[in-house]
Ligand binder design. Structure first.
Ligand SMILES: [Zn+2]
Length: 311
């Protein structure tokens, strides 16, 4: 049994369903909106935790009317297909993520691993962890940026915040005072942009967009409690991570880690690489920074050797 409650009502009729292992990847939180239209936002907490929450509210899977998916990642689309098979409910996503939500191959392409040397290895581990993500997912419709999704007394406001992925969408709950921040997740790790389709500049703009909305409560997909204290400061620190990582890359190059390979094996962004497959993500993230540093003429590359131009 975990040392925390599986679910918690964080606002009237808004239930945070926590994932196993304190909602750390490959688990994540989901939200259950207990309203006229019973709506599940993301489906990445374990099926057991979702079922337990429903049972405690005197519901079963049959009562779910709608699932809203914030983006295509495995820890967010999660069990949506299995739930849809039980309920035939509405399933909504952002159009920019539809190919990666719907099919495994589409998802592999967005991850950037379809032709990668680690593809087989990655697929094997992925299917050990989350065998259900191999299936195709049924989508019944799309939500639009800033067009409210009406649940009855509660309305959900999709706030398109790309960068982490092209479809990444935060969700305002009855406006923008409380926002499901999804993977602007405020974890100690910081921002994650390890997919081929991730874009650092968009991610930074998206975090700034959320800061500008001045929310008071931020619900991370990977922290078991909503963040209320110093939320804006936490978001600003999260935003600063991009800059700090860039500095670290420059420092590492200076200290002789002067190839992409050496930077990744150090590693530079991940605190450690527990499994080789994380090298794929480290490589995408470091490469994206190197491109930015080149475009700012801060580094140059000759025969795959990186050199500092200016600091
Ligand atoms: Zn994600």
């Amino acid at each position: 049994m975990p040392d925390y409650q599986i679910h918690k009502e964080i606002q009237t009729n808004v239930h945070l369903i926590r994932g196993d292992n304190r909602s750390k990847f490959p688990e994540a939180n989901s939200l259950l909106i207990d309203d006229e239209i019973v709506t599940l936002v993301d489906a990445g907490s374990s099926l057991t935790n979702i079922e337990q929450t429903l049972r405690d509210l005197k519901y079963s899977f049959d009562n779910i009317d709608r699932i809203v998916l914030t983006h295509f990642h495995i820890d967010h689309k999660g069990y949506a297909q299995q739930i849809w098979e039980k309920t035939n409910c509405e399933v909504l996503c952002h159009p920019a993520g539809q190919d990666a939500v719907k099919t495994f191959e589409g998802m592999m392409q967005y991850y950037g691993v379809q032709d990668h040397k680690y593809r087989k290895y990655w697929e094997k581990i992925l299917l050990e962890w989350l065998p259900h993500v191999k299936s195709s997912y049924n989508i019944t419709g799309y939500f639009q940026d800033r067009k409210e999704i009406d649940c009855g007394s509660i309305s959900l406001l999709p706030i398109h915040t790309p960068g982490h992925t092209p479809d990444h969408t935060c969700i305002g709950i009855n406006g923008t005072d409380t926002i499901l921040l999804v993977d602007i997740d405020l974890t100690r790790f910081g921002p994650w942009y390890g997919n081929e389709v991730s874009i650092i500049s968009e991610f930074k703009d998206s975090v700034q967009l959320i800061i500008d909305l001045e929310p008071n409560v931020g619900i991370s997909s990977h922290l078991i409690n909503p963040v209320e204290d110093n939320l804006i400061k936490r978001l600003q620190d999260f935003l600063e991570s991009f800059e700090k990582r860039e500095m670290k890359i420059l420092k590492n190059i200076e200290q002789g880690l002067n190839t992409l390979d050496k930077l990744c094996k150090a590693p530079t962004i991940y605190p450690r690489i527990p499994l080789d497959l994380f090298l794929i993500f480290e490589e995408f993230m470091v490469s994206k920074h190197l491109e930015i540093l080149k475009s700012k003429s801060m580094i140059r590359e000759e025969n795959e050797i990186l050199m500092i131009e200016r600091k």
